[in-house]
Design a binder for this molecule. Structure first.
Ligand code: AMP
Length: 127
């Protein structure tokens, strides 16, 4: 059931097709709740996308509709992957775009995990 006011899920978006293995990805990690793979157009030396297995457009419908186990599973996958990649000491940035003003391109919830050098200010231009 879509959440009132939020866009319905498009089952043909590119990450849905990756989840169905119709399109390849460079997989980093997978468990029952999450799939993680390298971004095709990396914006940092390490740029991983972490997505839920189930169909959510964004953080908004995810937090409205997902079970507590799914929410915890996805968040724990994020920090687990960071640890797998030895990022705890040097640090990393996690970012999720939601909707038009944030520039969300792919309508399946994804967390960007950036790392590998000094990532600079949080926003290039928020004005
Ligand atoms: P966003 O703008 O937050 O929706 O980010 C979408 C991200 O998905 C961008 O960083 C793209 O480079 C990335 N992307 C798009 N298609 C693919 C793909 N087939 N495999 C991996 N990453 C992709």
């Amino acid at each position: 059931m879509p959440v009132p006011g939020l866009a319905p899920y498009d089952p043909n978006n590119i990450f849905a097709r990756i989840l169905r293995a119709e399109i390849p990805c460079r997989k980093v990690f997978e468990n029952q709740h999450a799939l993680a793979f390298h971004d095709i157009n990396p914006q940092a030396p390490t740029h991983i996308l972490v997505i839920p297995k189930n169909p959510y457009v964004s953080i908004a419908d995810f937090t409205a509709l997902a079970s507590d186990a799914e929410i915890a599973g996805l968040l724990r996958a994020l920090t687990h992957i960071a640890r797998l990649l030895n990022l705890d000491t040097t640090g990393y940035r996690i970012l999720a775009n939601m909707g038009h003003h944030a520039g969300q391109e792919v309508p399946h919830l994804h967390f960007h995990l950036f790392a590998g050098h000094n990532l600079g200010p949080m926003l290039a231009n928020a004005g």
